[in-house]
Design a protein around this ligand. Structure first.
Ligand code: MF3
Ligand code: CO
Length: 378
């Protein structure tokens, strides 16, 4: 039983830098007109967040249609954002939330000591095995939905529903105010693409980056998929995607107690270079356990200065992003979508790994039934 009386109803403030619980009745009038209730905790919060909030409003002449929220000058390639974004998806009441789910701020991560790397005990390892296996199932369900004509927001709906089925929280949702349940990165998007109303096209590539929180632990994995048959027949696209897949696998093969975190970048960049690809430097792999992102930091480029070595019981990700052109990235005004500066394509693969006594366990490994997988170079 719960109170639904308007005056006592508690909801989250829509201010993108706020997200606090509030019981005010201050609603954005434009949204109300469109049948959407966007509550703000104060007039000041509404004003402060107006610029980002108004981007969710359909423009006057695009009522019921999709529209491009950004000026043409922000784009580096042919991919454009396709708004409106759907309202935030609701999480079932019996799902256990990570600390940031309500206000967007992962305080436990911010408090974690910068250099201590968690060594998991038996229960921790079992918890990570379980969440990662379910994370894999969620990714596979999302990947099965990839085909020309399907919007990335429809893939977000699949991910969210699959999470609810397993009573898992979709870790991206409201993490530093990220608005949706999965990251979908198309073509020149390097990472952190926001699912929107754009239908996938034959010839696209799309990375699905799944993170879920269940039983007190996060899983984190991603793969890049070919959309339709056209992409599988484009030599540059296949060279990009397959080299990235191989680079991750080659680095994973070297994981065991004593290996230096800085060594993975040498392996990845060597394979990238041999295939005339560049390595993104801005985004790194990371520790993952009861925290979504924590030490160690794992760069993917050569001659990096990452500190530390692997020890049995540690969990971390390796998640290289390789580009057809420049390694440099820039950001859309949504403050999330990272794109290549030259608009050329980017691919990524990611696994969550457990260091064992004599090697590594790939906790998010593919199953015999997993969609996608390697294709021959053309
Ligand atoms: N899943 C990403 C990673 O691999 C992080 C996404 S953060 C989000 O580290 F907020 F964009 F979801
Ligand atoms: Co990650």
């Amino acid at each position: 039983m719960s109170a639904t009386d308007d005056e006592t109803r508690i909801t989250q403030c829509c201010g993108s830098d706020c997200g606090k619980d509030t019981n005010t009745r201050l609603k954005c009038p434009t949204c109300l007109k469109n049948g959407v209730e966007s509550v703000f905790c104060s007039q000041a919060c509404f004003k402060r967040n107006w610029k980002t909030h108004k981007a969710v409003h359909p423009k006057a002449d695009t009522e019921g249609k999709t529209y491009d929220p950004f000026p043409a000058g922000v784009y580096t390639g042919t991919l454009h954002a396709c708004y409106p974004l759907a309202p935030r998806r609701a999480v079932d009441p019996d799902v256990v939330l990570p600390d940031y789910a309500r206000d967007g701020m992962p305080r436990s991560e911010q408090g974690a000591r910068a250099t201590t790397i968690e060594i998991l005990d038996k229960d921790g390892i079992e918890g990570m095995r379980k969440v990662c296996r379910i994370g894999r199932e969620v990714l596979d369900a999302a990947a099965a939905a990839v085909k020309p004509g399907v919007t990335t927001d429809e893939i977000d709906a699949v991910v969210h529903a699959e999470c609810m089925k397993h009573k898992a929280y979709p870790s991206p949702l409201n993490y530093y105010h990220f608005p949706r349940s999965v990251c979908t990165s198309v073509n020149e998007v390097i990472c952190h693409g926001i699912p929107d109303q754009r239908p996938l096209e034959d010839g696209d590539i799309v990375n699905l980056d799944i993170s879920i929180y269940l039983g007190g632990y996060h899983a984190d994995l991603n793969e890049t998929y070919y959309v339709g048959d056209k992409a599988k027949n484009d030599p540059d696209t296949v060279r990009l995607v397959e080299t990235t897949r191989e680079a991750l696998d080659m680095s994973i093969k070297t994981v065991k107690p004593g290996v230096l975190f800085r060594s993975f970048g040498d392996i990845i960049e060597k394979h990238a270079k041999a295939n005339k690809l560049s390595v993104v430097r801005t985004y790194s792999g990371h520790g993952v356990n009861s925290l979504f992102h924590c030490p160690p930091n794992i760069p993917h480029y050569a001659r990096n200065k990452a500190i530390g070595m692997a020890k049995a019981g540690m969990c971390f990700t390796i998640e290289p992003m390789l580009n057809l052109g420049s390694y440099r990235d820039s950001m859309w005004p949504d403050n999330w979508t990272a794109v290549t500066v030259d608009g050329k394509r980017s691919a990524q693969f990611e696994h969550t790994l457990l260091v064992t006594e004599d090697g590594v366990e790939v906790l998010t490994a593919r199953l015999p039934t997993s969609p996608g997988g390697p294709v021959p170079r053309v």
